[in-house]
Design a protein around this ligand. Structure first.
Ligand code: NAG
Ligand code: NAG
Ligand code: NAG
Ligand code: NAG
Ligand code: NAG
Ligand code: NAG
Length: 248
C-alpha cells in the first residue's frame, strides 16, 4: 500500500515535470503560411453590366463602360470589397445633351466622364442626407480625385446632384446591396472642369512631415503576441491536478 502511494506520487511528480518541460499546451496551430484557405464569401464581384442590362434604357452608358475599360475598374473596386455608388443616366439623358457633346470628347475625357459617375464610397439614399460637400468622384486622377460633385437634399428622400454646370436628380434606385448602390440620374453629369480651365495651381507646398506611426505599429505587433500563462500558474495548476488525482 505504502509503496503504491509512493510510486503514485513519483508518477504524478514526473508527470507534472513532464508538463512543465513541455511548456504551455500548444495553442491551436495556425494554418501553414503557404496554404491559402479557400476564401468563403460571395462568388466573385457583382456583374454590373448584367444589372444595367436588366434595368434597360442604359445601353449608351454600358457601351461607354466597355469602350473606356472603366467596367474592369469598377469590377476590381468591387472585388476588393470597396464600397461604391454609381450614377447611371438613361439613354434619353444622353440624347437630350447638346448635340455633339459626347462626340466632342476624346477617349480620355470619356473615361473621366464615366469615372465622374462613380463615387468611391457607398451611399444609401438616407446617407446622402448627411453627405458633406464636395463629394469625391473617381474622376480627376485616381489619387487626387479632383472632380467632385455636390449633393443637395431637402430632408426627404429626394437627392439632387450639382456639378457646377449640370443640376440633376436621382430618379430611381436601380440596385442596392451592402457595398454597391446604383441610381438612375435624370441627366448626364458633366464635370465643370471639362468646360472651365483649371484655376492656376498654387506653388507646391513642402511635403507634410510624415506622421510618426511607429508607436501604433509596435502596438499592433505586441498585441499580436499571445500572452502565455506564467510558470507559477502552471505549477499551481499541476499541484491542483495532482491533488485531484490523488483524491479520486
Ligand atoms: C456579366 O454579364 C454580361 C451580360 O449579362 C456578360 O456578357 C458578361 O460576360 C458577364 N461578366 C462576367 C464577368 O460574368
Ligand atoms: C478578385 O480578387 C482575387 C484576389 O483578391 C483574385 O484572385 C481574382 O482574380 C479577382 N477576380 C476578378 C474578377 O478580378
Ligand atoms: C431638386 O431639383 C429640382 C429641380 O430639378 C427642384 O425642384 C427641387 O427643389 C430640388 N430639390 C432639392 C432637395 O434641392
Ligand atoms: C423635397 O423635394 C421633393 C422633390 O424635389 C419635393 O417633392 C418635396 O416637396 C420637397 N420637400 C420639401 C419639404 O421641400
Ligand atoms: C460645392 O460645395 C462646396 C462646399 O459647400 C462649395 O464650396 C462649392 O462651391 C460647391 N460647388 C458647386 C459646384 O456647387
Ligand atoms: C443649378 O441650380 C442652381 C441653384 O440650385 C442654379 O443657381 C443654377 O443656375 C442651376 N444650374 C443649371 C445649369 O441649371
Amino acid at each position: 500500500m505504502k509503496h503504491n502511494l509512493a510510486s503514485t506520487f513519483l508518477f504524478l511528480f514526473l508527470h507534472c515535470i513532464g508538463i512543465l518541460a513541455q511548456g504551455p499546451s500548444p495553442s491551436p496551430t495556425p494554418p501553414p503560411a503557404g496554404a491559402t484557405a479557400p476564401a468563403p464569401g460571395p462568388p466573385g464581384p457583382t456583374n454590373v453590366t448584367k444589372i444595367l442590362e436588366k434595368a434597360g434604357q442604359c445601353s449608351t452608358f454600358i457601351r461607354l463602360l466597355q469602350t473606356t475599360q472603366e467596367m474592369s475598374q469598377i469590377t476590381s473596386l468591387l472585388n476588393n470589397s470597396n464600397s461604391i455608388t454609381i450614377f447611371v443616366p438613361p439613354d434619353n439623358a444622353f440624347l437630350s445633351m447638346k448635340a455633339g457633346t459626347l462626340n466632342s470628347f476624346n477617349d480620355q475625357q470619356k473615361s473621366e466622364l464615366i469615372k465622374f459617375h462613380v463615387l468611391p464610397q457607398y451611399f444609401s439614399l438616407s446617407q446622402f442626407q448627411t453627405a458633406s460637400n464636395p463629394v469625391q468622384t473617381q474622376a480627376g486622377g485616381t489619387s487626387n480625385r479632383e472632380f467632385p460633385i455636390n449633393i443637395t437634399t431637402n430632408g426627404t428622400s429626394a437627392v439632387n446632384i450639382t456639378t457646377g454646370i449640370v443640376n440633376a436628380s436621382i430618379s430611381n434606385t436601380i440596385y442596392i446591396d451592402s457595398q454597391l448602390a446604383i441610381y438612375q440620374v435624370d441627366k448626364v453629369l458633366l464635370p465643370l472642369q471639362f468646360f472651365v480651365p483649371p484655376a492656376p495651381t498654387p506653388a507646391p507646398s513642402p511635403p507634410k512631415p510624415k506622421k510618426n506611426d511607429d508607436s501604433s505599429d509596435s502596438d499592433s505587433v505586441s498585441s499580436g503576441v499571445i500572452k502565455l500563462p506564467s510558470r507559477t500558474s502552471l505549477l499551481l495548476g499541476c499541484v491542483w491536478f495532482c491533488l485531484c488525482e490523488l483524491i479520486c
